[in-house]
Design a protein around this ligand. Structure first.
Ligand code: UDP
Length: 324
């Protein structure tokens, strides 16, 4: 996002506690190292600066972890968001783009999820984000805050030409774990459950490229100029891919046979999450460019492959067979 904003002439200030982020990833703006749970630090961040808009990406965001550490999730995602909103109000910053998630919906009751789908989160992560969404509706009425909430389905992919990829010390996400397995870097790949009620028994997700997500945020800026109130949009490609399909596509993209084992289900995982983004297309004019799974994985593969010390050294002749 910061890269896009800087490229389009915006002045960017990044606030991060660097608990999972990296100082050297802040290359398109100033960095304020602060924690949303520290109101005094937030006050210092806003004091003397003038912001048009806040884009709020900070959160604990791992479904499985949220089930075992719910207090950390409610503190970060609920209290932290409230602290940010209060600081914005004190400093008269009146526009917010907020990162939310498909996890607010819980177990889907329809094949494709639009914004009107019932919200019944089945894990603390989703519950914490839904609570923050509610803050924004209330803030629109009480304080006139303009906001756009963007519910990402599965954020994926990388911008290897800008050196941006998923650089997590402890990786939990499927695509980077699959690619690490292809590079023989990191723990062996586990499929969390193959007994779901899906075509091949593994979970189905809607993978959307981070660059398309950034474009949606950029469109949200213009949308808030002409629309009062709190607005929500689902962001996905509208196509679901199973864990097995992701592994097969990654094998095809990388040319590496990817070993895996089947493990028990992960707590809090719904079987299928696929978005309808018709509202974002219609009202924001969002037109995702990364609509196929293979290029999304290929962008991540190029980034992972180029990390120092990671190289594919066990390319198997039967990779194509696995991919097929
Ligand atoms: N998954 C998996 N092995 C992994 C990581 C994830 O089988 O090493 C599964 C996970 O159970 C889920 C899907 O892949 O069904 C996507 O998980 P991810 O953590 O990438 O995103 P989430 O759906 O939790 O946002």
């Amino acid at each position: 996002m910061a890269q896009w904003l800087a490229e389009h002439g915006h002045v960017v200030t990044v606030l991060d506690n660097l608990s999972t982020g990296h100082r050297d990833a802040v290359r398109w703006g100033d960095l304020i190292e602060a924690d949303l749970l520290d109101p005094a630090a937030l006050e210092r961040a806003f004091h003397g600066r003038s912001f048009d808009t806040v884009m709020h990406f900070c959160a604990r965001s791992l479904v499985g972890e949220s089930v075992v550490e719910p207090y950390a999730y409610y503190a970060n995602n609920v209290t932290g968001t409230l602290n940010l909103l209060e600081a914005m109000r004190r400093h008269e910053v009146n526009k917010l783009v907020f990162s939310s998630t498909a996890a607010v919906f819980g177990t889907p009751v329809s094949d494709v999820i639009d914004e009107d789908h019932p919200k019944a989160p089945i894990n603390p992560y989703g519950a914490s984000k839904l609570m923050a969404e509610r803050f924004l509706e209330d803030a629109a009425h009480a304080y006139g805050l303009r906001s756009v909430t963007l519910r990402y389905f599965n954020a994926a992919g990388a911008l290897p030409d800008h050196g941006i990829g998923e650089a997590h010390a402890c990786e939990t996400h499927l695509i980077p774990n699959v690619l690490r397995a292809a590079l023989d870097h990191g723990p062996s790949l586990k499929i969390f459950g193959n007994d779901y009620d899906t075509a091949d028994g593994t979970c189905v997700r809607d993978y959307v490229h981070v660059q398309d997500l950034a474009r949606a945020h950029a469109l949200a800026l213009g949308f808030m100029d002409s629309h009062e109130g709190a607005h929500t949009f689902n962001l996905g490609n509208g196509h679901g891919f199973s864990v097995h399909e992701v592994i097969a596509t990654a094998a095809s993209v990388s040319g590496v046979a990817i070993p895996y084992e089947v493990a028990p289900r992960r707590a809090g995982d719904p079987a299928r999450l696929v978005a309808s983004s018709a509202k974002a297309r219609e009202l924001l004019g969002w037109d995702p460019r990364w609509t196929e799974l293979a290029p999304i994985i290929e962008s991540a593969w190029r980034w992972h492959r180029d990390q120092p010390g990671w190289s594919p050294h066990h390319i198997h002749a039967d990779a194509r067979t696995q991919a097929a």
